[in-house]
Design a protein around this ligand. Sequence first.
Ligand code: FES
Length: 129
Amino acid sequence: MNRLRAKLQRLFHRHSYKVEVDGRACVLVPQGSTILRALIKAGVKYPHSCCMGDCGSCKSVLLTGMVQTSGYLESALSEAEAESGIFLPCSSKPLSDCKIAFGRKLNEALQGIQQCHADRPGLSKPDGE
Ligand code: FES
């Protein structure tokens, strides 16, 4: 019983989550930190510019895990993108261990959204076309 209690306490009082970037890098993100801030602090080269959810440069795909995203502009991340698992690491804090990616996997996810809108003419394209 004490072992179970100790395990539950460890789970609920975690102070950091492991974030793996496309199998290339793995960082511990301290509680309260954004994923991008922890990546930069760890020296991981990651696309970014504004660091505050305004530009979309850090747009990424969440492959596994959960994040809490807030405080970004819809011009940086559309609703369709957010619903497809795309997120902004500069405006997101992990809620669990995560695997994320940018580059090829992000492009595949973005193409999937465009294809979905092309297949359903009643929907407007995410870029407003
Ligand atoms: S760095 Fe600009 S939106 Fe993330």
